[in-house]
Design a binder for this molecule. Structure first.
Ligand code: GLA
Length: 378
C-alpha cells in the first residue's frame, strides 16, 4: 500500500502567525482491522519543519517518526512494522503505549491496603508491561487534535476494575502532539475510582541513523542520572540505588552507547544471556522538571539528535538486547541485536513492592499526570 493511498481523509489546518502561513496537518487513514473486526486507524501528524509522526489506534503505537538530518534527508527513526498483523502477533512492543504498569512487577504480585493482587505473568515469573493483554494490545478511541501551534491525536481507554488483575476502573487519556519545533510531546492522564497502581510509558525504539540501518553502538548518549537501579537475574530491582561513577552506567557526559556495552560487568550480563546490553532504570537528576534535560542521544553521521525531558523520576534505557533480526520490519528491513534504543520514562520497576521507591499508587478521584517530550534536531 503506497503512502499516498493511505492518506485518504485529510484534515489539513493552516495556522497564520505574523503574516506567515504554517501548515500543520493531522490526517487519518485505515490501518487494517483486528481479528474481531475492529477497525484500526493511523493518524499522521505533520509539521512544516519536515517532521511527521504516525500513531496507530491499536496499542497507541508510534508506528513511524520521520525526521530530517543535517542535509535535509528524511529517515524514519522508529522501529516497527508496515502492517497491523505483526503488531497483533505480540512483537517486542515496538512504539507501544504501555500500561497499566510499565516494566516489571515481581512475581506479578503486589499488595495494596492489605489486599494481594495478581497480574498474570508474561516474563518468566514476572509481569511485564501490564501483563499479557496490556494497553499495547487494545484498540483505543481516538480523535484528532488541532490547536493553533500543534497537531495531534488524543487516545482514550477505559480499563475496568480487575483488568489484568489491577483494581479500580481506570480511565486513561494519552495525547501525542507535534509542534513546529519538532517536539513530540506525550501527555498521559488517568483517573481511578479506587486506590490502584499506574505506570504508563511509551516503548518506541529509536535508531537515529534510520530504523534498520545497523546497530546504535556508535550513537552518543547522555543520561542525566547519578544513580541507577541494579537488578537481580530476573531484571527485578534489588532495591538499591547504585552510583554510576566508574561503571558502564555512567552517561553523565556524552558517551558512545557501545563504549562499555561489552564490559565484563555482572549487571550488563544479566540482561540477556548471549551478549547482554543495557536494560536498566536510571534515577534521573531532573526532579521531574520539564525544564531539565533528562537525556540526549545523537548520531554523529547524520547529525540527528534526540533530546528527552520528562516529569517522571526514571528512565529505562534499553538497547534492544532481545532483538535478533528475525522480524521483518518496515520496508523489508530487519532489526538485529542492539538495533535500537528505548527511553521508557517511568516510575521505577517493581515500585509497588519497594516502599522506598517513588510511589505508583494513585487515590480515587485524584488524577495522574505525566509528560514526556522528545525533541528532534538535525
Ligand atoms: C523493556 C524491558 C526489556 C524488554 C523490553 C521488550 O525494555 O525492560 O527487558 O522486555 O521491554 O522486549
Amino acid at each position: 500500500m503506497s503512502y499516498t493511498a493511505r492518506t485518504g481523509l485529510a484534515v489539513v489546518i493552516a495556522v497564520a502567525t505574523a503574516g506567515t502561513v504554517h501548515a500543520m496537518s493531522v490526517t487519518r487513514s485505515p490501518f487494517g482491522e483486528t481479528p474481531e473486526g475492529t477497525p484500526v486507524y493511523e493518524y499522521t501528524l505533520k509539521n512544516d519543519a519536515g517532521m511527521a509522526v504516525d500513531v496507530l489506534t491499536y496499542g497507541g503505537i508510534v508506528q513511524s517518526i520521520r525526521v530530517p538530518d543535517r542535509n535535509g534527508r528524511v529517515e524514519d527513526v522508529a522501529l516497527g512494522f508496515d502492517r497491523l498483523k505483526p503488531y497483533l502477533d505480540n512483537g517486542p512492543y515496538f512504539g507501544a503505549l504501555i500500561g497499566r504498569y510499565g516494566n516489571r512487577i515481581d512475581g506479578g504480585t503486589f499488595t495494596l491496603d492489605g489486599e494481594t493482587y495478581h497480574v498474570p505473568t508474561n516474563d518468566g515469573d514476572n509481569a511485564l508491561h501490564g501483563g499479557p493483554e496490556g494497553f499495547d494490545s487494545r484498540v483505543w478511541q481516538a480523535r484528532a487534535i488541532e490547536a493553533p501551534n500543534r497537531v495531534g491525536v488524543e487516545l482514550s481507554l477505559l480499563s475496568r476494575d480487575g483488568d489484568m488483575g489491577f483494581p479500580g476502573d481506570l480511565a486513561v487519556t494519552v495525547r501525542y502532539t507535534l509542534n513546529q519545533h519538532n517536539d513530540l510531546r506525550i501527555h498521559y492522564t488517568a483517573i481511578s475510582d479506587a486506590p490502584t497502581v499506574v505506570n504508563l510509558t511509551n516503548h518506541t525504539y529509536f535508531n537515529l541513523a534510520g530504523a534498520g540501518e545497523g546497530d546504535v553502538l556508535d550513537q552518543v548518549a547522555m543520561i542525566n542520572a547519578d544513580r541507577y537501579t541494579p537488578v537481580d537475574t530476573s531484571l527485578i530491582p534489588t532495591g538499591s540505588l547504585a552510583g554510576v561513577e566508574g561503571t558502564p552506567f555512567d552517561f553523565r557526559t556524552p558517551t558512545r552507547i557501545g563504549a562499555h556495552i561489552r564490559d565484563d560487568d555482572p549487571q550488563l550480563a544479566r540482561t540477556e544471556p548471549d551478549q547482554g546490553g543495557y536494560d536498566h532504570n536510571w534515577v534521573l537528576n531532573t526532579g521531574g522538571s520539564l525544564d531539565a534535560l533528562a537525556a540526549r542521544v545523537s548520531d554523529p553521521v547524520s547529525g540527528r539528535t534526540l533530546t528527552m525531558r520528562t516529569t517522571e523520576p526514571g528512565v529505562q534505557f534499553y538497547t534492544g538486547n532481545f532483538l535478533d533480526g528475525s522480524l521483518e520490519g518496515k520496508n523489508g528491513k530487519t532489526y538485529g541485536h542492539w538495533g535500537g534504543f528505548t527511553l521508557e520514562t517511568q516510575h521505577f520497576p517493581d515500585a509497588p513492592n519497594h516502599p522506598d521507591f517513588p510511589s505508583t499508587r494513585i487515590e480515587p478521584g485524584e488524577p495522574y499526570h505525566q509528560t514526556t517530550v522528545f525533541h528532534f534536531s538535525p
